[in-house]
Structures are given as C-alpha cells and as structure tokens.
Design a protein. Structure first.
Length: 404
C-alpha cells in the first residue's frame, strides 16, 4: 500500500487534530499535503510548521497576513471560500478529509469529487443536506466516500466483514454497498444518550449551556456536543447512514449505549448481528478511512475486555427527545427538508448557547420551521442552499415570536 496524500479541511478542530495525530502515528501510510481552517491562523500555522504541507488555506481572508508571519516555511496559501475549493483539488492529493462543521464543506467536497479525489467525511451536513447529489457525483466520478464518524465507520467495517480484502480492492465502494444491503435487516446506530439521558423531562427547561456541554464520553466542539445532548446528532446520523449505505430510513434505528464501546451494529436477514468495538478515540475511524482496505498497526490501545465496564443498551426516549422522530420524518420526506431541519437546528443551538432559547426550544424551533416548509424533491445544489437560507430566516422568526 502506497502512502496516501491527504488534504484536511477543518484542520484546527477536534477531528483535524486527531487526523494529524494519525498521520504522525503512521507516517509510512499517510502524508499531509494540505491543511485548511476557518479563522484560527495561529493554530493552523503551528500545525503546518510541524508537518510542512505544500498548501494551506485560511477561509478568513483578513487573517492571512497573520498566518504568513507565523509560518516557518513558504507553502502555497489559498484563502476564502474559493481557496477552500482550490486546496480540495490539489493535483497530488489522493483524499480530502472534510471536517468542517456546518454547510461550509459542501462546495469543496463536490469540487474534490469532480477532481477525482476520494472523500473521508466527518461533516454530517454534507450528506444530510445533499446526500443524493454527493453520492451520485461520487458514483459518476468513480471516487469513494468513506465515513469518518465513528458510528458510520463502524457500520462500514461491519459490512466490510462480508467481503474479502481482494474483493474490496477490486470493487467500487459505493456500488458494492448498494449490492450488499439487500440482506441487511437493520442498521443500529449507537448513541451515548448524552448528559441528560436519565433526566426527567420536566427539568429540561432549567438545563444550562454549561450542563449541556459536559458530554459523558466524547470531547467535541460546542455545536456537536449540544446536538449529542438533544440527540439531533444521532438524527443527522440516521439520514447520513441512509445515503452512505443506500438503505431506506425504516431500516436505520438508534439504540442508547452509554459506554460508547460498541460504535454501531448491523443486523442481517438471518438474525446475526455484527458490531465494531473500540475505545472512544476518533483516531480509530480516521485511520481506517485513510488506510482502507488495509489495516495498519498503530500505537492506539486495543480493548482490554477484562477491564471493560458493563455494556448496556436502551431504547431511546422518543417522546422526551423528539429529534429522532423529526430526523426520520426529514429523511423519509427527502428533498430539501433535511437541509431545512439542519439549518433550523444550527440557529436554535446557537440561540441556546447564547442563552436566548431554552433547551427544549431547540426541538420546538426545528419542528416549527419544518412544518412551514414545502419540500422540493430531487433539488439541485442551488435549491438546497436556498432552502438552507430560508430555514435560517424562519428559525430566527420563531426565536423572536416566542422566547423562553
């Protein structure tokens, strides 16, 4: 297996940091050729000075001079939204890791696909908003879309268990997934349940941002941490799984697993279930996405089963955490409704973090905006982005109409 040249979009976030760690751990298999960040010029420069990629991109053009002054070498520097697409298309890159929170990764992802680059996807919004377009473009351009989310990477590995390595190497990933899911009965996404999985719903109104940001398992950014507390994170993952693996929404379910050791499961038609287990460390799925179809030794700790806590599984509290039902509705309806749900949720989460909305108000705002939307079937990219902007405006209107 040759060393894979990777561009990381979102290099200063938690996923980007884990990807850089993986590159240090397996230098003979992974080379960083490009790094991009939104606005943290100092942190981007610090990372670049260590790995010396040939190209960098800072979306915030006002901070490019800060970046240049902090660098100890002279890479190519791109900037702005256009620069993000340009670095995603570097000639010598094999793969682009999309780890940008929100909608910002969509255009560079499509640009990378058109340039023939494989995608490693950590940004849920790409497939939630435009899964139909992204997967179609990937098939048409003969590139792979590999999941980095621990849950989807686990599902991928469970499906991989049905085929030999030689078969995996000789087949197109997306085509093989389409063929493989015929005997899949259920995809089971595991969820930690967040910090409030046992909290009575009549106490939800008093939840503070500080409490919601204390995730019991993962160390993540604020937006995804709040999504984990509301279970919208898992709702987005349901839609993502629908597109990644080509299964109907009715075959995608969620199970609460507080220990976060089993990262997801696949139940097959014969009643057998395969699961992927590891400690909670994003380096595991990132490495497999980069080295697939090979497995490469590393310094990550394997599971010590004698020291594991009990492994528990529970049915989600659907009535108390309505995000899952809202996401199922969005995924089953399709069209522009998933983009609307995602955008309304982003606005509502930001309002909660700013203490402008209560915790339950997040779900209420999303549902209100979804109810006002007439979904457009099989939308193009412009229609998706228009729906996104419409939903943000409607969510702001909901916030102003009733503040709790």
């Amino acid at each position: 297996m040759k060393r894979k040249a990777v561009v990381i979009l979102g290099a200063t976030g938690s996923i980007g940091e884990s990807a850089l760690k993986v590159a240090r751990d397996i230098p003979e298999r992974m080379e960083i050729v490009g790094l991009a960040a939104n606005s943290n010029a100092e942190k981007l420069a610090a990372a670049a000075n260590k790995v010396r990629p040939e190209a960098l991109c800072l979306v915030d053009e006002t901070k490019v001079d800060i970046l240049r002054k902090a660098l100890e070498y002279k890479p190519r520097i791109f900037s702005g939204e256009i620069g993000l697409c340009e670095i995603a298309c570097l000639t010598n890159a094999d793969m682009v890791l999309i780890a940008i929170v929100g909608t910002g990764g969509l255009r560079p992802a499509l640009a990378a696909i058109e340039a023939g680059k494989d995608l490693a996807v950590a940004s849920k919004e790409i497939l939630v908003m435009a899964g139909e377009i992204v997967m179609r473009e990937a098939r048409d351009n003969g590139v792979h879309v590999l999941p980095v989310d621990s849950e989807h990477n686990a599902i991928f590995q469970c499906l991989e268990g049905k085929r030999s390595t030689s078969s995996a190497e000789s087949s197109k990933l997306n085509e093989r997934w389409t063929l493989d899911v015929s005997d899949v009965r259920r995809i089971l996404l595991t969820a930690s349940g967040g910090p409030f999985r046992e909290l009575a719903s009549d106490k939800f109104d008093s939840i503070t941002p500080e409490q919601a940001l204390k995730h019991p398992t993962w160390n993540m950014g604020p937006k995804i941490t709040i999504d984990s507390a509301t279970l919208f994170n898992k709702g987005l993952e349901m839609i993502e799984a629908h597109w990644l693996f080509g299964v109907e929404m009715k075959r995608v379910e969620v199970v609460i697993h507080p220990q976060s050791i089993v990262h997801s499961m696949v139940e097959f038609a014969d009643g057998s279930t395969l699961a992927q287990l590891s400690y909670s460390d994003m380096c595991f799925p990132i490495q497999y996405a980069v080295t697939w179809p090979n497995r490469v030794p590393n310094t990550l700790p394997p599971l010590d089963f004698s020291k594991l806590p009990k492994l528990e599984f529970f049915t989600p509290r659907y009535d108390d955490f309505p995000a899952l039902n809202l996401a199922r509705r969005a995924g089953e309806t399709g069209g522009t409704l998933p983009a609307v749900m995602n955008a309304a949720n982003e606005v509502a989460v930001a309002a909660f973090l700013d203490r402008q909305a209560s915790f339950p108000r997040i779900w209420e705002i999303v549902e209100e905006v979804m109810n006002r939307h007439g979904s457009v079937a099989h939308p193009d990219l412009d229609a998706i982005l228009q729906a996104d902007q419409w939903a943000r405006g409607e969510a702001q209107r909901s916030l102003k109409s009733l503040k709790r």
